[in-house]
Write a protein that binds this ligand. Sequence first.
Ligand code: NAD
Length: 490
Amino acid sequence: MAADSTYGLLVAGAEGPAAGGESAELLDPSTNRPIARVAVGTADDAARAMEVAQRAFEGSDWAGGDGARRARSLARLARLLDERAEEFARLETENMGKTLRESRIDVGFVVRTLEYVSGLADKLEGTTIPVPGSRLNYTVREALGVTVHIAPWNYPLLLAMRSVAPALAAGNTVVLKPASLTPLTAIRLARLAREAGIPDGVLNVVPGPGGKLGEALVRDRRCRSVSFTGSSEVGRRIAALAAERLIPAALELGGKSPVVVLPDADLDRAARGIALGIFGNAGQMCWAGSRLIVHESVRETLLAKLRAIAEATRLGPGTEEGVEMGPLVSRDQEARVLEYVRSARDDGGRLVTGGAKAGGDRLAEGNFVQPTVVDGLAPDARAAREEIFGPVLSSFAFGEVDEAVRLANATAYGLFAAVWTRDLASAHHVARRLEAGMVVVNEPPLTFPQTPFGGFKESGLGSEQGARGLEGYTRTKNVLLNVALPKKKG
Ligand code: NAD
């Protein structure tokens, strides 16, 4: 372990141990050797962080202050992160396993998110509304108070900051609970808050277990909203807790996203994009394009191209130059993915490529799974319906476009969908009929801080990113003034 390998809770601008004194060991997913120890927060830590955040909301110049002041601090935080981008990318890779190239992209996305929301922090405008009589009616947008953010492990810093950054820009104070497996980059970023000019207590990070710590944060009476990114199963639990307290919940959940390939598609481009969409981040993406729905006339050609890409993919520790796919985040995740592959085979799926633990002796210590493509599964087979969260693509063939749309929509999820075609009319036609919060045409999964990100159906509620995402961290107050002059007497 490196010298700076102990991480604490970051509350009120100070880093320290958890109330119970407990800490946990974190492992490098490419070797399963320890890299750091991190404090394990308790319900007492949750209560302290919420109190600190509440006091910062009421007492600092963050919420009530000038939006331009918040804009400056968030822009400064973006700059500080940008200057240390390589250090953050390396830490993300060591902790989570993704390749350095992927971590660099994630850190760049966070920098851009901070820049984007800093530009909005002083533009939270209300409206004036015409009403009858001598009256003035206007709205103001106010911060909510203390907002709670619960993040997953697959894009640790990016998905934490995707909701934290707009909440801060809107003037809220924040308590963030990163995923237990991957809290390091979020803690390290919060260490920079003071240097960026963010008052102590405005951004607090409390790592720890979801069940106890996460629930304690959402149940806390000071919690004014919860932003949760994670599985649909836990999302339901968060929604129930939020309903009890009648607070808003933004839920970004799982997916089983379709990639529809029409017969006129550029198959080389499509194959590269599809591979990126399922083997990128070792398939651990909410919006992974995990169901290929391909026209029967090009099915064999496309599968051959995907197989060639999969078999040429260089696996290894994310920190190694030239590596294209890293390990899965944990041994548990590896076991879960391999179990899904087994179930796909039991249900009659044919392995086009992959399907096993990867790497031979060189990578045996890590959680490496081969890029995998399965063909011939029934659409209602378990591996075809459930989110695998690994590098496993299931392929289905169609004859008519209606059948493709039906297959694409035949899932409980509705996060993302892709269409590959050279025909503009077909692209619009299919995009319009897909039940997904995001549709791309001739692109792998791609998003920007300024575009909304959110799912339909069991993939979530509400959306993050963009100006509307930031609006979700405000509430609207309507003010009605009687401005009639007093009647003259006599
Ligand atoms: P998870 O649901 O197990 O955990 C997510 C977070 O919730 C973690 O911080 C965890 O500690 C916490 N948590 C767990 N139980 C909790 C509880 N009862 N109360 C409060 N917090 C609790 O998900 P994961 O395994 O970390 O991430 C993978 C999942 O996240 C996948 O389903 C994936 O699709 C989804 N995801 C969705 C998006 C999106 O934007 N839609 C993005 C990334 C990941």
